[in-house]
Write a new protein. Structure first.
Ligand code: AMP
Length: 249
């Protein structure tokens, strides 16, 4: 079973993002970039499926600027077999990424596609769902456990009320939640090995996909600063303040 994994290059989760002074977006100049944390979990899961004998080949995909190659090399160091970069300078929105993935699925014929549940830069939480719809495949989003048995998958999902377990037929789109696994530490020998693994570069035109944005960003702004908190002497004062000042109870 071939597995396709999507990995996005995003501002590292430890970086405090700064909004550009003209409000047109987030300043990424000189900022540390890393693999989207949910995508690390996706690669780790694919590698575990391969180690269990359920997967035979793992193809990592990334779309964006040339530097996304570094993100793909990290995926190869975790254990993916080869990488595909769809190189473009265009601003990519979830629908465009889903269309690129659909075209790659047509070409590569994987039985399973694993994505992160959301990219921590745009927080869209859309690409996996759009991809499943475009392909007409089943989808199991927010997965916290994935088991493959022949042509079937059992996926436990994190839902509002707790956990939900689904049985689905392959081919399938899965998106990862935080508790699915803890990605392994990437070792130096594996980073060296990853340099020799194949990495192909395509363009959206090669895949016949129009990636033009459908949405226009009007303005990006910092969230309002939080006011200082206060200490209350007892529960009665707290309840009175919630009732009379905050008016929430
Ligand atoms: P989003 O819908 O933007 O929150 O992203 C959900 C998931 O889609 C991410 O965790 C990635 O697995 C995948 N994805 C989104 N954008 C890209 C991209 N440019 N390259 C590769 N994967 C992506």
């Amino acid at each position: 079973m071939k597995v396709l994994v999507a990995v996005k290059r995003v501002v590292d989760y430890n970086v405090k993002v700064r909004v550009k002074s003209d409000g047109s977006g987030v300043d990424t100049a000189g900022v540390k970039m890393s693999m989207n944390p949910f995508d690390e979990i996706a690669v780790e899961e694919a590698v575990r499926l391969k180690e269990k004998g359920a997967a035979t080949e793992i193809v990592a995909f990334s779309a964006g600027v040339a530097a996304c190659q570094e993100t793909l090399r990290t995926a190869l160091a975790i254990g993916a077999d080869r990488g595909v970069l769809v190189s473009t300078e265009a601003e990519l929105q979830p629908l465009a990424v889903a269309k690129l993935l659909r075209a790659l699925v047509d070409k590569e014929q994987p039985r399973l596609v694993i994505l992160g549940k959301q990219a921590i830069d745009d927080d869209s939480n859309q690409t996996a769902q759009m991809l499943a719809a475009l392909l007409g495949w089943g989808q199991a989003t927010f997965a916290s456990k994935v088991e493959i048995d022949g042509d079937k998958a059992r996926v436990t999902r994190e839902v509002d009320g707790g956990l939900e377990t689904l049985e689905l037929a392959l081919p399938l789109v899965v998106s990862t939640d935080l508790r699915l696994n803890e990605p392994r530490y990437v070792t130096l020998p594996n980073i060296m090995k990853a340099k020799k693994k194949p990495l192909d570069t395509l363009t959206p035109e090669d895949l016949g996909v129009d990636v033009s944005p459908r949405l226009k960003t009007l303005k990006v702004a910092e969230p309002p600063k939080r006011g200082a908190g206060i200490k209350v002497p007892d529960v009665a004062t707290l309840v009175a303040k919630l009732k009379n000042e905050a008016k929430v109870i």
